[in-house]
Design a protein. Structure first.
Length: 202
């Protein structure tokens, strides 16, 4: 399995390409990732969304137009992308509409391209936030739930610091310490590093 990343948009959002012998898929769809894939000559069949805040889905419609299936915790809505809230704030955020092809079944592992992932719903930053733990590969895609030295902001619609910290404690800090954390923004870290030095983690 090979993992590479594209960082796009003014919020510098990470999208991850996972390539295996059995297929390719993406974690999130930040701005520019469709063109990045085109430049590499790579096609993906599936896109897994950690959540649907606008910066993680700006290329979702473009990828769907290229034949990729979109998977998420909840159907598309302008509330989840923050477009509705952004209008109230006077921010010109616009996401090309897309359709979620498949909703996650949270009570069982997700198997895709020969990879098995454990899913966890961890709201607090976003109502539909999901993490993907690849135990056989020692890594977790945390979206905007947990960052190197920080956590996702909780002052957006549907946010809750208590729910976010409770979810991190239950679903992420219980993973093996050596687990690599690939987040929606910033560098790769590990569970051990965050347990020892993240000021938000008790």
């Amino acid at each position: 399995m090979n993992i590479s990343s594209h960082t796009g948009g003014f919020t510098q959002t990470n999208g991850y390409l996972v390539e295996t012998d059995d297929g390719n898929f993406l974690i999130d769809a930040p701005e520019g990732i469709a063109a990045w894939l085109d430049g590499k000559g790579i096609r993906v069949d599936d896109v897994l969304l950690t959540h649907q805040h606008y910066d993680h889905v700006l290329d979702a419609a473009a990828l769907q137009g290229r034949g990729a299936r979109l998977h998420a915790f909840a159907p598309y809505s302008k509330e989840l992308t923050l477009e509705t809230a952004a209008r109230a704030w006077g921010m010109p955020i616009s996401v090309e509409p897309y359709q979620i092809d498949s909703l996650f079944e949270m009570d069982q592992p997700l198997r895709l391209a020969g990879v098995e992932m454990q899913l966890a719903h961890v709201p607090g930053h976003a109502a539909d936030a999901v993490t993907f733990y690849l135990g056989d590969h020692g890594l977790v895609f945390s979206g905007d739930t947990l960052f190197a030295g920080s956590i996702g902001r909780t002052d957006l619609p549907g946010g809750s610091t208590r729910r976010l910290l409770d979810g991190i404690a239950r679903h992420l800090m219980t993973l093996p310490p050596e687990t690599r954390v690939l987040s929606g923004h910033g560098p790769v870290t590990t569970i051990a590093r965050e347990a020892a030095g993240n000021p938000y983690i008790e």
